[in-house]
Write a protein that binds this ligand. Structure first.
Ligand SMILES: *Cc1c(COP(=O)(O)O)cnc(C)c1O
Length: 219
């Protein structure tokens, strides 16, 4: 299926899930996660009207996106992967949103980079919602402290992001992330991938991150 048809199908599924939950489809931003895919695979989606894209590595994004942005206006670029503090400066220069703020040292590095650059990317705190060992994200119990530290550093976090455990029903984790966001007065939730974005939309996701359902399987 060509990319434009896949895009139409995903948008349609988002709209149906939103209406089921009595939400407006416009409340949901579809981020096309283009990691590992070359410009030739991305161009057809841009031609079909897609503007929000996600990458998980700063260096890969630096290699691909400046040229694409020269050719197309209005691109909105999201970092959805883990960020090393020494790449905070580069990430702030390149990305319009960062979904992986997960520890105090990164809060400090981002606050400094944002100060220096005058740019203001949309920021999400990533929560290790299943409290899994080896998984990125702030432990659920440490989220209040991370949010406090961000406030102290003058960093305005707009929402929460999660990647739930693999192989189990995602809905309880999406519901928990939505509750944590509400409890902390944060408006945005970045949750839902190719396998579960409709569930995420029904549970209040404002941003879904969809890769393989748009681009096909990654090589
Ligand atoms: C790769 C990736 C996605 C997209 O995954 P798909 O299953 O291909 O839709 C979403 N979020 C993050 C953090 C990712 O790394």
């Amino acid at each position: 299926m060509p990319e434009a048809e896949r895009l139409a199908a995903v948008r349609d599924r988002i709209a149906r899930a939103a209406r089921t939950a009595r939400r407006s489809p416009e409340e949901v931003t579809l981020i096309a996660v283009s990691k590992t895919h070359a410009a030739e695979a991305i161009e057809p989606l841009i031609a079909a009207g897609q503007r929000s894209f996600g990458e998980n590595r700063v260096q890969e994004a630096e290699e691909k996106w400046p040229a694409l942005r020269d050719r197309h206006a209005g691109i909105d670029l999201h970092l959805v992967g883990q960020l090393q503090s020494n790449k905070a400066e580069a990430a702030v220069q390149l990305f319009d949103a960062i979904h992986s703020v997960d520890r105090p040292s990164l809060v400090t590095a981002l606050a400094k980079a944002i100060d220096r650059s005058g740019r203001a990317p949309l920021l999400f705190a990533q929560v290790n919602i299943g409290d899994e060992a080896q998984k990125g994200g702030c432990p659920v119990a440490e989220l209040p402290k991370l949010l406090r530290e961000a406030r102290t550093a003058g960093l305005a976090l707009a929402g929460l992001m999660c990647v739930p455990p693999v192989g189990v029903e995602a809905a309880p984790y999406f519901a928990l992330l939505a509750k944590l966001a509400r409890d902390h007065g944060l408006a945005l939730t970045s949750m839902g991938m190719s396998g579960d974005f409709e569930t995420a939309v029904m549970l209040g996701a404002t941003h879904v991150r969809v890769g393989s359902a748009l681009f096909g399987a990654r090589g």
